[in-house]
Write a protein that binds this ligand. Structure first.
Ligand code: HEC
Ligand code: HEC
Length: 299
């Protein structure tokens, strides 16, 4: 908040308090000398008449009390300008104290866990619970709370990896993020070329409804355009994040229509970097959790 707003709010608060005090003071005469009367204000509404009486004393005292309360509250509470309040308490200060206390408590725990290799960490249930909590807070929005993924978001439990499933590769993915670059092909191979390629790609994972002629034409296009990334056998390349096209696991769907869509427009999946948000030690824990997921599946 800049100083203008601090000044403006101070002005309103103090102005209101002293305004109320002034109002009570200004009307004190009628309060003091005016006692109960039978006189009315001279107007009647539906037979109800208004007496010309001062307000009850207890009410007046309530007003005075609220003014005193307001001033005491202001003196104790931080807020007006750079004034920190009688006790020096601020919400920022309290937050900083809590953060410092949490750091003192958890930093040694994180440091110890971060020094433990991930292969060992997966035996440590406490570490996996911490990793899971980090996953639910940071990753579940995209990968799902059970890490099963969704359209465009890879399943992390199936031991089928775009970028590799070793502890180091998983950490690298989370730390730096990933940007997949699958080019668009329609302008290069044409509308028919896309259809042919899709038939061929689907044949790689043993799908049944394949047009053999189209697949053959597609195979030639594949050798010319796709092997640099997906490999001559279509098994993919972890260094580029190019998926294995032969395993029947699809990031963007494996129907003729879905594969055509992928080829036509290209795909650019983005996994964000967590270097800043989580830091090395927490990345180590969440990586251990992710690593444990595909290990369970394998057993
Ligand atoms: C904004 C959505 C989003 C969030 C949040 C996100 N991811 Fe991802 N993640 C993706 C996408 C998309 C990919 C696939 C990138 C690609 O297509 O190449 C991916 C890929 C991955 C991979 C690589 C999978 C493989 O097969 O190699 C891992 C591991 C991973 N994410 C873990 C995490 C973890 C752990 C977190 C939380 C700290 C997280 N992700 C948060 C979107 C997200
Ligand atoms: C420059 C490297 C590169 C080239 C060349 C390339 N791809 Fe890809 N391809 C990728 C990457 C990276 C992805 C993953 C995209 C993502 O995760 O968003 C991908 C994804 C795909 C997918 C989606 C797989 C799924 O699981 O949904 C298909 C299908 C595919 N490519 C087919 C092809 C075909 C056919 C060609 C040749 C015409 C080709 N690719 C050429 C890098 C490439």
């Amino acid at each position: 908040m800049n100083s203008f707003w601090t000044g403006w709010i101070s002005f309103i608060v103090l102005g209101s308090i002293f305004g109320c005090a002034w109002l009570l003071w200004a009307t004190r005469k009628s309060q003091r000398f005016h006692t109960e009367t039978e006189e009315t204000m001279g107007h009647t509404f539906d037979g109800i008449e208004e007496y010309d009486n001062p307000m009850p004393k207890w009410w007046l005292w309530l007003f005075l009390l609220t003014i005193v309360f307001g001033l005491v509250y202001l003196a104790l509470y931080p807020g007006l300008g750079s004034y920190k309040g009688y006790f020096g308490w601020t919400s920022t200060g309290q937050w900083e104290d809590e953060v410092a206390a949490a750091k003192a408590k958890y930093d040694p725990i994180y440091a110890e866990l971060a020094a433990t290799p991930i292969e060992e960490l997966v035996q440590n249930d406490d570490a996996l619970i911490m990793g899971k909590r980090l996953f639910l807070n940071n990753c579940a929005v995209c990968h799902g709370s059970a890490a099963h993924g969704a359209f465009g978001f890879p399943n992390l439990t199936d031991n089928d990896w775009l970028y590799g499933g070793s502890p180091d590769k998983i950490k690298e993915t989370i730390t730096n993020g990933r940007n997949a670059a699958m080019p668009a092909w329609e302008s290069i191979v044409g509308v028919e070329g896309v259809k042919d390629l899709a038939h061929y790609v689907r044949s790689l994972s043993g799908q049944q409804n394949i047009d053999a002629n189209k697949a053959e034409a597609g195979a030639a296009l594949f050798q010319a355009n796709c092997v640099a990334c997906h490999g001559a056998d279509g098994k993919g390349n972890h260094a580029l994040g190019a998926p294995n096209l032969t395993d029947g696991i699809w990031l963007y769907g494996g129907t003729q229509q879905a594969v055509e869509m992928t080829l036509k427009a290209g795909r650019n999946g983005v996994m964000p970097s967590f270097k800043q948000t989580l830091g090395d030690e927490r990345i180590h824990l969440v990586a251990a959790y992710v690593y444990s997921l595909s290990k369970e599946e394998k057993q």
